[in-house]
Design a protein. Structure first.
Length: 116
């Protein structure tokens, strides 16, 4: 099983980034996909999630209206479009695949830094 994140980097406040996660080694369409983040000195938190078919999404209150999660079940990828980035969005972002009772997989993370 592999989850490989990409797209992180340094961006100025108000800027945008698009994170991607490429999945392999499991039946992607059977899993909900989520993005979590962990800032220095803080606990890991759920940022956004999307159901297995893409029909349902959830977002943390802190990112609603700014972030959009999407998935492509034909390409086994999940993305997180992040707009209007703020310094408090600085964190390591992790891709997570979850199917309760079956599997719970994590990527290695990608760093996002928002700073002027």
């Amino acid at each position: 099983v592999q989850l490989v994140e990409s797209g992180g980097g340094l961006v100025q406040p108000g800027g945008s980034l698009r994170l991607s996660c490429a999945a392999s080694g499991f039946t992607f369409i059977g899993y909900a996909m989520r993005w979590h983040r962990q800032a220095p000195g803080k606990e890991r938190e759920l940022v956004a999630g999307i159901g297995s078919t893409g029909g349902s999404t959830v977002y943390a209150d802190s990112v609603k209206g700014r972030f959009t999660i999407s998935r492509d079940n034909a390409k086994n990828t999940v993305s997180l479009l992040m707009n209007s980035l703020k310094p408090e969005d600085t964190a390591v972002y992790y891709c997570n695949a979850l199917r309760r009772g079956v599997g719970d997989y994590w990527g290695q993370g990608t760093q996002v830094a928002v700073s002027s």
